[in-house]
Ligand binder design. Structure first.
Ligand SMILES: [Zn+2]
Length: 469
């Protein structure tokens, strides 16, 4: 038999394909040419079928589609250990919005590079950034340098300020000076990131994120929806973040947010509601009727202290067929690698458990759908992009190896990743970036945060004093 040629053959792996049958090949193999997967199957079959230019031996470890973080304000990664709670700055002289506004392009590059390395270490190959980068060019530079994928939106699309009365930590004169609450600015910028999508190989693509929570007028929402549909990209917005914000929306408009969005005709299968912590029964019906998607940010849910003031519906929504994906929101007290575990415990706490397999679907297939890229990403199947993670067979958390679905969803996080491929290129190998000097990235981000804090008069502190010298 004539063998076919491929660029890379990942062999001797436990391949979690996430295909429609959820097949696991063990031992299995994945053949890759250029940026795409050309075949997935049993190890003997593919070894017989392919001559590979390069072989990667997975040594029996789990191989899976790269995780996708469906909602991550990427630059917030660098406010770790500064704000205990973004809604309560405590003794700090500034609020969270002022901190956000103080960022420079160099700070954004530093934060994005750090967040990406952390994502690679946790098996992520893509994130969706919700319009909080002041310089998407700087962000793109960092994304391309480290080698992940990202989806970028224009900066803070909002044209009504009243809802900030309910969430004052998210408003400051400095932030609104850099991202004016202005209808015409938003209309002008709606399609600003979409030019990226004309290049099918682009790692950074564009979509539209409207800030939501009542900060967009009906006219802006309709224009954003029309622009998104006209350009075949998803439309995301925050909704149902916290109960008092949802109540404020009702008081301001006379209707609940999702009912209002349905009336405006902007909810459909490519509209993605982020958070959905505080929806009422009628809004749950709207989710079912419209088929809109939901991004769930479980670590943010816990940080916001909503456990006693909201009804937990994520498991029920998932069972009813809603496309629920997982996001981080801001990686303040966590990394994206803890998201599935947080979702697991949230569902357990409400006695409505989600299976490990459901969590993996939310972090792969469903997150790819939130990105509008489910035909390209989210599973290991012939024709899809080669965004592939090979875990380490030396990771203790992988054992016993009887249930790889459980191991991957709940036990294996940072440090258990050996190799990551994005778009067919190996960007992480032996547990480290192949593209950047990680120590340089870490030093740069520490320097960036120190300089930023000094600039705006925030004293960086630790709960316990650090003795220098
Ligand atoms: Zn958000």
């Amino acid at each position: 038999m004539n063998k076919r040629t491929c660029d890379i053959l990942i062999h001797n792996g436990q391949i979690l394909t996430m295909d429609s049958d959820r097949r696991i090949y063990s031992p299995g193999a994945v053949a890759i040419t250029d940026s795409r997967i050309v075949e997935v199957g049993s190890d003997p079959d593919l070894q017989q079928s392919f001559d590979a230019r390069k072989m990667i031996n997975a040594s029996g470890a789990i191989v899976h589609p790269g995780f996708i973080d469906a909602h991550n304000h990427i630059v917030h990664t660098t406010c770790r250990g500064i704000f205990g709670n973004i809604h309560d700055a405590g003794p700090l002289p500034i609020n969270f919005a002022e901190w956000k506004a103080s960022v420079t392009d160099a700070d954004e590059v530093a934060a994005t590079a750090l967040a990406e390395i952390e994502m690679l270490r946790n098996g992520f190959t893509m994130f969706i950034e919700p319009g909080s980068l002041f310089s998407t060019e700087a962000g793109t530079e960092a994304v391309e340098r480290v080698g992940l994928r990202a989806l970028f939106s224009p900066l803070y699309l909002w044209d009504r300020r009243e809802p900030f009365d309910a969430i004052p930590a998210l408003e400051s004169p400095s932030l609104m000076a850099r991202a004016p609450i202005d209808h015409n600015r938003c209309l002008r910028q709606l399609d600003a990131e979409l030019y990226r999508n004309s290049d099918p190989q682009a790692l950074v693509r564009g979509y539209i994120f409207v800030y939501g929570e009542g900060t967009a007028s009906p006219e802006l929402l309709k224009a954003a929806h029309a622009c998104a549909r006209g350009n075949n990209v998803p439309l995301h917005l925050h909704a149902g973040y916290v109960p008092h914000g949802a109540d404020y929306y009702h008081a301001m408009t006379g209707t609940r947010q999702l009912l209002h969005l349905q009336e405006l005709g902007i909810l459909d299968e490519r509209t993605v509601i982020v958070h959905a912590n505080a929806l009422d029964a009628e809004e749950e019906t709207v989710v079912q009727e419209t088929g809109c998607q939901i991004v769930w940010c479980p670590t943010a849910f816990f940080s916001l202290g909503l456990a006693s003031s909201t009804n937990f519906k994520m498991s029920e929504r998932y069972r009813q067929g809603t496309c629920v994906s997982l996001g981080t929101d801001g990686a303040f007290d966590c990394t994206p690698g803890e998201t599935m575990l947080a979702a697991h415990y949230a569902s357990q706490a409400y006695a409505d458990p989600l299976s490990p397999g459901a969590l993996l679907e939310m972090q792969t297939l469903n997150a790819a759908a939130a990105a509008g890229l489910d035909a390209e990403l989210g599973s290991l199947e012939s024709g899809k992009r080669a965004d592939i993670v090979v875990r380490s067979s030396r990771s203790a958390e992988a054992y016993p190896g009887n249930n790889p679905v459980h191991a991957l969803a709940l036990r294996m996080r940072a440090g258990s990743v050996d190799t990551v491929m994005v778009n067919g290129a190996v960007v992480f190998s032996g547990g480290h970036s192949t593209r950047v000097d990680e120590r340089e990235v870490y030093q740069t981000v520490s320097d960036s945060v120190t300089a930023r804090a000094n600039r705006i008069g925030v004293e960086l502190s630790s709960e316990w004093q650090i003795a220098n010298g």
